[in-house]
Design a protein around this ligand. Structure first.
Ligand SMILES: NC(=O)c1ccc[n+]([C@@H]2O[C@H](COP(=O)([O-])OP(=O)(O)OC[C@H]3O[C@@H](n4cnc5c(N)ncnc54)[C@H](OP(=O)(O)O)[C@@H]3O)[C@@H](O)[C@H]2O)c1
Length: 282
């Protein structure tokens, strides 16, 4: 199998390239601009079985401020990649998000739940999903959430390293107590995506570490696992100075993988522990 990974310098892209080894062809942002069809056509290898598109404009407040760019990257970019892959006889994997849901349902969202995004990022990702489905039946839309992992292109910020760095600087943390989600270690996500391709799964699938937590539980777990302490100011999501609305309860479940008999990924806290071990020892 020959698999092109777009966004190969990012968190998920880095882990996908590690899992794929010699089967992976990595394309960084320096190699390809997904918003440009010409750039995608020029960069994608002629002979490829799958293209995994991890490129995104996923700064949620940034998307709210710049909807045009959000749609250029997340929707038009998804179409450019999927249509080019299809023209080459390749399948496409598109990364999407729990933010396609409105978070009003207390039960974790399965793959068949109705989408109802609350912000521009979520709308642009729904548009990207639709574009991919329209471009080729040979697609896998993978919705995941709250990613943390190592980036090949420098360390960069993520939801775990952000907590660790602030705690190390002795800064207090302001944390919402009412946001529930399913955090996910990109190393686990990458392994599962490649496994799903091996099982020839197509359609839409939810992939997260097992379980769900509040942002407060997540922050406390990160501090404990890193052996750090920090003052935490507890607030509600409504009190945070965010430009974009966020879903309150966006935990994901995967009835599809249960039906296929695939085991759940390790729990989210286990993912945090393994990520910190890797990050802090490197
Ligand atoms: N992060 C999360 O919490 C989260 C949650 C749910 C779903 N997702 C989805 O999961 C996917 C992977 O996320 P991630 O956290 O691994 O992201 P990431 O670390 O930011 O990696 C994305 C990579 O794509 C590249 N890229 C950005 N815009 C591009 C463009 N227009 N053309 C080509 N390459 C571009 C970036 O390069 P530069 O940095 O050099 O621009 C970066 O290396 C995304 O589709 C995201 O929407 C993420």
């Amino acid at each position: 199998m020959r698999v092109a990974v777009i966004g190969a310098g990012g968190m998920l892209g880095t882990d996908l390239m590690a899992v794929l080894g010699a089967e992976g062809v990595g394309l960084t942002h320096a190699d390809v601009e997904v918003a440009s069809r010409e750039s995608v056509e020029a960069a994608l290898p002629a002979e490829v079985d799958w293209v995994i598109n991890t490129a995104a404009f996923h700064d949620v407040d940034g998307c709210e401020a710049d909807p045009r760019r959000a749609f250029e990257v997340n929707a038009l970019g998804a179409l450019n990649v999927a249509a080019t892959a299809a023209a080459r006889g390749a399948g496409v994997v598109f990364l999407s998000t729990d933010y396609v849901f409105d978070g009003a349902d207390p039960v974790p969202y399965g793959e068949d739940a109705a989408v109802a995004p609350l912000n521009v990022y979520g709308v642009s990702k729904v548009a990207g999903e639709l574009a991919v489905r329209a471009a080729t039946p040979r697609h896998l839309v993978v919705r995941s959430a709250y990613l943390f992992g190592k980036r090949r292109s420098g360390k960069g910020w993520n939801v775990v390293s952000g907590v660790v760095e602030r705690a190390r600087r002795g800064e207090p943390l302001t944390v919402a107590t009412d946001l529930v989600f399913s955090p996910t270690y990109t190393a686990d996500l990458a392994r599962r995506i490649v496994m799903l391709l091996g099982h020839k799964v197509t359609g839409t699938v939810h992939v997260t570490n097992a379980g769900a937590c509040t942002r407060l539980e997540f922050t406390r777990a990160v501090l404990e696992e890193a052996g750090l302490d920090a003052a935490i100011k507890q607030v509600s999501a409504a009190e945070l100075p965010w430009r974009a609305r966020r879903p309150l309860r966006s935990a994901l479940a995967s009835p599809l993988q249960e039906r296929l008999g695939l085991p759940p990924l390790p729990g989210w806290r286990d993912g945090v522990r393994r990520y910190l071990k890797e990050e802090l020892t490197s």
